[in-house]
Each structure stands twice: as C-alpha cells, then as structure tokens.
Design a protein around this ligand. Structure first.
Ligand SMILES: *Cc1c(COP(=O)(O)O)cnc(C)c1O
Length: 217
C-alpha cells in the first residue's frame, strides 16, 4: 500500500462510478504515526491530513507547516469544549461537531477570530451508545440549529459500526445530507473507502492503508 496506490484506487473508484477524481479529497490520517512516515508523505506532495487529538496535532503540525506550504489539517476525533479555541486556531476543518453546546462555543469563538474552520456534523448512524454524533432522527434539527448560529456546515461525517455493512450507513448519511442541501460527505476509511466513494463521499479518511499499521505501544 502507500500513498500512490491509495490515490490511484480513489481515482479509479471515482471514475468507475462516474465521478470526477477531484471530487474526492483524500485525508491522510496521520494520528500516532512516527514523524518520519508523515514526512515521507509530505515529501511525496500530499498536503491534506487528519488527526484525531488536538494535543497530538498541536505537538507535531506547527513544525511540519513551517517546512511545507499549503498543509490542510482536519480534526476527525472528538472535541472537548475546553479545547475549541485551540482546535479552531490549528485546524482547517472539524469533522466532529455533534452537540449544541459545542456549536454555540464554535460560533462564539468564530465571531472573535473573524474566521471559522469548515464544519462537518458527525452523525451516529448506527445509534451506538459509546459513539459520538447526533442520532439520525435528530440530525435535521441540529443542522438547522447550526445554520441559525451562522456556522459554515460543509458536510456530514460518520463512522459505521465495525460489525455492520458500511454501505448502508454511507447511504443513510448521504440521504440526510441530500434532504438538507449539504454537499460534503466525510466517510470511508482504509477498509471501506471505495464503497464510500460509490455512495458519494467527498472526503475519505485513510490512515493505515497509507502509513502502515499504527503502533500504540
Ligand atoms: C483513525 C481514524 C481513521 C483512519 O482509520 P484507518 O482504518 O487507519 O484508515 C478514519 N476516521 C477516524 C474518525 C479515525 O479516528
């Protein structure tokens, strides 16, 4: 695997389903990966990365950004209310907007900063108790609430349950987005990004298939 192969597979799947390859943004998920591996991918010209922890991203990305122009950083993990400001200063997009309190906090700080990252609302399509995200039945109301706050809602995001067919969850997310007039769909990871692209993903989040397995030890 590796960057070139995953890029080729993203483009091939987009073409297969009649979509332009540029309509799919490949987010290289660099969480936990050693700097040397991230550096290799930067040196191959890739610029769009995902991290799931604010602290970890704050520790590594300012230095990479000083060396490489045009880095675009996406937060794909849960955001605590006390880290909102730091996250908004560091990330270009936040994929895990999932509750009214967080929405209000982002709106308030966006006002202060005079800018706001692109926002994706996380939907808990499998209604799993341990997982973040609004329930599908609450999504329309929450989207409206975020829009009332003036937030730039770019898309919806989901992480399907591990033991279920992901395409059903991707289709559900696409349906919620469509009826709300939302263009972005952040869905698909190493094992299922092709199926996500077939269902309309505009952003796929691929980690281990690009960088190799994460070593948490
Ligand atoms: C870690 C992570 C990914 C990437 O997972 P891989 O299976 O390594 O591709 C994608 N999305 C989220 C939300 C993640 O936390």
């Amino acid at each position: 695997m590796g960057l070139q192969e995953i890029r080729a597979r993203v483009a091939a799947e987009a073409e297969r389903v009649g979509r332009a390859p540029e309509s799919v943004t490949l987010i290289a998920v660099s969480k936990v990966q050693p700097d040397a591996r991230v550096l290799e991918v930067l040196e191959q010209g890739h610029r769009v990365f995902g991290e799931n922890r604010v602290q970890e991203a704050a520790g590594k990305w300012p230095a990479f950004r000083a060396r490489f122009q045009g880095v675009e950083l996406h937060l794909i993990g849960p955001l605590q209310t006390n880290k909102v400001r730091q996250a908004m200063e560091l990330f270009d997009a936040i994929h895990t907007l999932d509750r009214p309190r967080l929405a209000r906090s982002i709106a308030r700080i966006a006002e202060e900063l005079g800018r706001c990252p692109k926002l994706f609302i996380q939907v808990n399509t499998g209604e799993e108790p341990q997982k973040a995200g609004v329930r599908p039945g609450e999504a329309d109301g929450f989207i409206a609430e975020c829009r009332d706050l003036g937030l730039p809602i770019e898309g919806l995001m989901c992480i399907p349950p591990v033991d279920e067919e992901p395409s059903l969850h991707f289709a559900l997310l696409a349906k919620i987005a469509k009826r709300n007039g939302i263009a972005g769909l952040s869905m698909g990871m190493s094992d299922d990004f092709e199926s996500a692209i077939a269902q309309g993903a505009t952003h796929v989040r691929v980690g281990s298939a690009i960088f190799g397995a994460r070593d948490y030890a």
